[in-house]
Design a protein around this ligand. Sequence first.
Ligand code: UT7
Length: 351
Amino acid sequence: MAMPRSKIAGIGKYVPQQVVTNQHLTQYMDTNDDWIQERTGIKERRYAHRTEETTTTMGVEAAKIAIERAGLTPADIDFIVFATLSPDYYFPGCGVLVQRALNMGEIGALDVRNQCSGFVYALSVADQFIKTGMYKNILVIGAEKHSFGLDFSTRGRNVSVIFGDGAAAVVLQPTHQANQGILSTHLHSDGHSAEILAMYNPGTHANHWVPQPVAHFDEAEIGQMFMSHAMIDDAQNFPYMDGPAVFKKAVVKFPEVIMEALAANGLQASNLNLLIPHQANLRIAQYVQQKLGLTDAQVYNNIQHYGNTTAASVPLALCEAWENGKVNPGDLVCLAAFGSGFTWASALLRW
Ligand code: UT7
């Protein structure tokens, strides 16, 4: 029998209850609703409960819905791929925490760290395992709890107003139907600009994270060790982003990777029923739409209500579009993302 394709057999999303409006953020930093809406399209975002919700707990809630909609139980899942940049722990990753939370068997669990394109990368990884026949029911999750670590002072406003919390998940299964499933995925990176959208610490680029009483350090070095107050004062415990530089690259790479997916399948932008771009900035999505000559009905955006949820953003938008009846059997759907790394990716699929 021919190699199967992977289809999305179930999809689910979870967003925390707490809605944080642009107005709300003005309490903490010098910003305003007009600036945020004009530059990003964002009206509000969700923040997870400070102590009771984590990236994993949100991912688990989304996963439960995706598994149920696939007509399965957690016991049927044979592999987990979890994409996030805001894991519960530095290590281990969130995949094993999902395995535990859902009482699953001793299945494989893999974490993907590709930031905004994390979900599309994770989907691509899962797709390969399905196509080779290694697994039959793969749970792919994208989730983020950004609110735990943003700089809510005016210094961090260019980053902190953009990001929001949330999660979404899909279950991938093999299909032999001709007009269904993932047609192709396309993955790219360019590490030359790794530092222009990054959270540097804790990381081995720097000095030791804890004082090391080892002979080859002198007293002065020991004084610089650990996350010092100077580093904290210098905002080195927060994500850094050169927004305009990211914007410039994004508006080139988004159309490129979407066209690459279409061309690989002998299709054109006009054939698309729906483009789900990573929800980085509504202005980027609008630029991409215009560049590809797509109508409003061919592009789904929900950044207005959730902000940029990084690894969760593509599946969150796909899930919402599906729940709103905008994704139907046979539809040609393109998922595309660009972000920190830089990494960028696309997936073209027939629903
Ligand atoms: O998903 C991950 C990938 N990330 C992205 O794709 C982000 C891409 N970049 C962007 O979306 C945009 O660059 C931003 C929305 C982050 C920023 O928009 P911008 O139009 O590029 O603004 P800017 O950074 O050039 O800043 C313009 C001005 C500055 O003031 P001055 O120097 O002109 O006086 C900023 O200090 O806007 C100021 N500013 C703000 N003002 C009010 C920056 N952030 C804010 C804010 N509220 N939150």
